[in-house]
Write a protein that binds this ligand. Structure first.
Ligand code: HEC
Length: 173
């Protein structure tokens, strides 16, 4: 009996430790993915603006956000789905690595939040259409985890008049 107690103690400590390590690993992988999306979204390098204009737009009547102003841009891959006026083409299909970023701005035009759609269909955080939904403060902290697969976003973005989830065409015709 004497030797069993320490053995149990040792085993449970080892168990706890391995649990701790594996949950930390999970956090790191998730954290790295969020950072990767945020960094891609924050950089405006190679991006093209909706309607080829970077003026701030008043949020639309359909917007679910508090910020009064917004700007939407498309990375080089996604920009292939814009028409000659810089709107989403009818029947658009976005290739892998497409990124669409909506900057949410305060009244002075300062960015407060980034709302992101990222086509990464093999990623575990992608929804059934292959999109990852990201939502970040300007300092990169996560507002809504991409692991939630856009459950707070995709319903509204599936409303009538959406084009491959995109709503800019509908609200800014
Ligand atoms: C209540 C409806 C609603 C919800 C919920 C919503 N959005 Fe949107 N979203 C809009 C509308 C409307 C637009 C068009 C621009 C605007 O007025 O804000 C838009 C635009 C966007 C765009 C620019 C691309 C485009 O054309 O649609 C992105 C990216 C985006 N939203 C991401 C998100 C993310 C990420 C979430 C969830 C965290 C989310 N949205 C939740 C309504 C919504």
């Amino acid at each position: 009996m004497k030797t069993i107690k320490p053995l149990i103690a040792l085993l449970s400590t080892a168990c706890l430790l391995s649990l701790l390590i594996s949950s930390c690993k999970y956090d790191n992988v998730e954290g790295r993915f969020e950072t990767e999306i945020f960094n891609k979204a924050k950089s405006t390098n190679g991006y093209v603006w909706f309607k080829y204009s970077n003026i701030s737009l008043q949020k639309s009547s359909g917007s679910g956000h508090v910020q009064p102003l917004l700007k939407t841009r498309y990375n080089a891959v996604a920009a292939g789905q814009l028409d000659s006026l810089g709107r989403i083409k009818i029947g658009a299909t976005f290739p892998e690595e497409s990124m669409v970023v909506k900057e949410l701005l305060d009244n002075s035009g300062n960015i407060e939040v980034y709302a992101v759609l990222y086509k990464k269909s093999k990623h575990p955080n992608a929804d059934s259409k292959g999109w990852v939904w990201g939502y970040y403060n300007k300092d990169g902290t996560v507002v809504i985890s991409s692991a939630l697969k856009g459950k707070d976003c995709s319903g509204c973005h599936s409303q009538s008049g959406n084009e491959a989830y995109m709503l800019m065409n509908k609200y800014y015709p």
